[in-house]
Design a protein around this ligand. Structure first.
Ligand SMILES: CCCCCCCC/C=C\CCCCCCCCCCC/C=C/C(=O)SCCNC(=O)CCNC(=O)[C@H](O)C(C)(C)COP(=O)(O)OP(=O)(O)OC[C@H]1O[C@@H](n2cnc3c(N)ncnc32)[C@H](O)[C@@H]1OP(=O)(O)O
Ligand SMILES: Cc1cc2nc3c(=O)[nH]c(=O)nc-3n(C[C@H](O)[C@H](O)[C@H](O)COP(=O)(O)OP(=O)(O)OC[C@H]3O[C@@H](n4cnc5c(N)ncnc54)[C@H](O)[C@@H]3O)c2cc1C
Length: 670
């Protein structure tokens, strides 16, 4: 059968595009070879028997239990296909932030029950086990001979890791640890795949030896029999129930009743317990938190990708949807022609690029610091932690706001499950909370900023990402320049100004008689604001530098568009933060009017390339899963086709009519 035709609106949009869409796709994939590899993986996966979702009942109509079973079945077939491919590649390459493995969304719309296995179980083994442990566990984990997850959060404590209650008490007589859940609040709660998928997990517990508590440490723990999958004696495990999203992630709870595991189950790359119970300290006890840093780094590119999916849906839909009649007698225009609609859409497209390039930069910094840590040099760990915390926090929160804006841009149809915006919304919204909650992570960065400000005022040497503070110690109003570099300087001045203000408040509270912790709490709104400003300055500085670099390497037509997106991001935020700029720079009302005018010019310049820009994200229909965003733009046909799949439409009259509605109506007639 011939492929349905692409709708006229999208054909016209594609003819307007001023740059080579494939060139941008290649740039996003890190080169033409990256695109080729991604296409290869996508074809491999989506052409595999049992993986295509084409003729299946949409997941949303399945019961909670069926949906989980469906996701497990698909995840298993998918793993077999990916294993063959990944076998040819270096393990860590599989974890690089590329779009190659996002093909999973073409198989299960929501989160895979294996996400935690690949996302945290394997990385923790890789980063925290000693060579002997790694040799034993890694091959089993990589081949799915064992199925794992990362069990850290408890019912009563998620953020405060030092407060975790699960205990691992060493018994030198048997050379075992005794894992125990002393209270209801000590139950592990949340880990993905824990409920009915995993048979092993990394358990983070308070280590006790010789009556001394040495704080939280990771343990490799078997929780189910590998043959029968029954929970092992002493293990209580189950599912936590339906959530706002993540329906197929299989989040679980877990408790132990004096459950014994061998001494060598403690991951011993950093700290160790010797046979007699002697504790050997890690070079840095924060290395235990390493997997979280790894995931926080990945989240930045992850939300960039989710934004690109939502953008593709909303922009294509906006090109197809016609509404209202601003000029009497004229046809209804595409909603994409309304400047307010462009304002909703284009910042989201630009933000996806900003987060992707910043996320790649962060990944490179992470790789460098972790290589140094491997050589025993921990100097850059605090800076990496501060950077990963604020970027994870701000990018996840901004991305969620942008996805919601994309949903609103699609009007009523954006509320349909078949648009896929609700599932994307759930996936992105969760990133604000998991792997460290927004405010909590912002306050971690604030700790670093407060110390950095002190160093700056003392005239001491500064680490790279905070070295800008020195420029503002004695002069907090920067001279305004109406160009991208000037906007970046303005954001650095805001960050320095807010850091200074937060530090001064902190000191003021202390001077008033408060102890440091209470003063910190009193100043914490300002401290979070300082972190946000610092992070925004980094996003502006790094993305403008990276997009300019990429533009210089691209064809002139693409280079121009990359710079337009970089500039749009800068101006959008300059306008959002105009009050701060008035405080911390010499910007005037006239400058702000010029920024507003330039912003409107940029919207106009990007308008002809809107569809080309989202086409360049190159997200196949099977991965997009959207009635509104498909490549051919057959929005209304798809909405109707999907509606007809509703089980309620399988019969003209539902039994509830006879059971309830008719008796109700009959009563009214009496
Ligand atoms: C063969 C087949 C192959 C197939 C191929 C498939 C390929 C697959 C492809 C890709 C797979 C990759 C996919 C990746 C996606 C992964 C998704 C994963 C989903 C995850 C789902 C969610 C998981 C979770 O949520 S896990 C739980 C996370 N929990 C948290 O984040 C808790 C948050 N709390 C904390 O982190 C901390 O407690 C804290 C930061 C709040 C600190 O609290 P505090 O009490 O202050 O801490 P303390 O211990 O006293 O420390 C104080 C000082 O320590 C410094 N510090 C803190 N943390 C760190 C750190 N991490 N690093 C360095 N330093 C740290 C802190 O700054 C203080 O320093 P100071 O000098 O004293 O100021
Ligand atoms: C979808 C999803 C998947 C998850 N997957 C996993 C997993 O696989 N493994 C796992 O171990 N965990 C997992 N988690 C748990 C997750 O890591 C925690 O929920 C997260 O770290 C937040 O901790 P919390 O729930 O204890 O929030 P809380 O810390 O209780 O936060 C509640 C509120 O208190 C505020 N607050 C807390 N402490 C402070 C403070 N010091 N200063 C100021 N404000 C504060 C927060 O800002 C927030 O507003 C998952 C969570 C979700 C939602």
């Amino acid at each position: 059968m011939a492929e349905p035709k692409v709708c006229e609106d999208l054909l016209r949009e594609r003819r307007k595009c001023t740059f080579d869409v494939t060139e941008l796709t290649n740039l996003i994939d890190g080169g033409a070879q990256g695109t080729e590899e991604r296409h290869y993986v996508e074809n491999l996966v989506l052409n595999t028997e049992g993986l295509s979702t084409k003729n299946e009942v949409p997941e949303e109509y399945l019961s909670h239990k069926e949906r989980y079973e469906y996701a497990v079945k698909k995840a298993c077939i998918l793993y077999e296909v990916l294993k063959e491919y990944a076998a040819k590649h270096n393990t860590m390459d599989a974890f690089k932030p590329t779009n190659k493995y996002r093909v999973t969304f073409g198989v299960v719309k929501d989160i895979s029950p294996f996400m935690l296995h690949m996302g945290m179980f394997v990385p923790t083994i890789l980063n925290q086990s000693d060579p002997e442990q790694m040799a034993e566990w890694l091959p089993q984990a990589m081949s799915m001979g064992i199925l794992g997850t990362y069990a850290q959060t408890e019912l009563g404590h998620g953020t405060f890791l030092r407060g975790l209650e699960t205990t691992a008490t060493y018994d030198p007589a048997t050379e075992e640890f005794v894992l125990h859940t002393p209270t209801l609040t000590a139950y592990k709660w949340w880990p993905g795949g824990l409920a009915h998928t995993a048979n092993h997990c990394i358990v983070v517990a308070q280590l006790y030896s010789k009556g001394v508590c040495y704080g939280v440490h990771p343990f490799f723990v078997q929780i189910r029999d590998t043959e029968t999958h029954m929970p092992l004696p002493g293990v209580k495990v189950g599912e936590i129930g339906p959530k706002m999203g993540f329906q197929t992630a299989n989040n679980g709870f877990l408790g132990f009743d004096h459950y014994r595991i061998p001494r060598r189950s403690m991951l011993m790359k950093n700290a160790q317990i010797l046979k007699d119970g002697t504790y050997v300290k890690s070079k840095n006890d924060k290395l235990t938190y390493g997997t979280m840093v790894f995931v926080r780094v990945l989240i930045v590119t992850d939300v960039a990708y989710e934004l690109s999916r939502a953008a593709t849906i909303a922009v294509r839909y906006s090109a197809v949807r016609h509404q209202s009649q601003p000029k009497p007698g004229q046809p209804e225009p595409q909603i994409l022609d309304y400047v307010t609609q462009q304002h909703k859409l284009f910042i989201g497209v630009a933000t996806s690029h900003v987060f992707r390039v910043t996320g790649c930069w962060l990944w490179d910094s992470y790789s460098q610091v972790i290589a140094d840590v491997g050589k025993g040099n921990m100097d850059q760990l605090p800076e990496l932690h501060a950077l990963a915390c604020c970027l994870k926090a701000v990018c996840s929160r901004d991305a969620t706001a942008r996805v919601e804006e994309f949903r609103l841009a699609c009007g009523g149809h954006g509320f349909m499950a078949s648009s896929n915006l609700p599932i994307i919304n759930g996936i992105v919204a969760a990133t604000i909370t998991y792997e460290g909650e927004y405010t909590v992570l912002m306050l971690q960065t604030a700790r670093f900023l407060v110390k950095a400000w002190k160093q700056a005022t003392l005239g001491n040497a500064m680490t790279p990402t905070v070295s800008y503070l020195v420029r503002f110690v004695n002069n907090d109003r920067v001279r305004w320049e109406n160009r991208p570099e000037g906007i970046v300087s303005g954001f650095l001045a805001i960050a320095a100004g807010k850091t200074k203000a937060a530090c001064e408040s902190l000191q003021e509270y202390e001077r008033s008689g408060m102890d440091y912790e209470d003063a910190w709490n009193s100043a914490s709104v300002q401290l979070v604001n300082a972190s946000e400003a610092h992070c925004r300055a980094i996003l502006c500085e790094v993305s403008w530098r990276e997009l300019s670099r990429l533009a210089a390497q691209s064809s002139p037509s693409l280079g121009k568009v990359l710079l337009q997106m970089g500039e749009l991001y800068l101006i959008y935020w300059a306008l959002e933060k105009r009050g701060d700029l008035l405080l911390y720079s010499t910007i005037t009302g006239a400058d702000i009017a010029k920024l507003q005018a330039r912003y409107e010019v940029l919207l106009g310049l990007l308008r002809p390339n809107a569809v080309g820009l989202v086409d360049a994200f190159d997200i196949r229909d099977e991965i997009l899963n959207s009635t509104l965003g498909a490549y051919d733009g057959r929005v209304y046909e798809r909405l109707m086709e999907e509606a007809l799949k509703s089980p309620l439409n399988a019969e003209p009259v539902n039994q509830s009519f006879h059971k309830y509605l008719k008796p109700l109506m009959m009563k009214a007639k009496l």
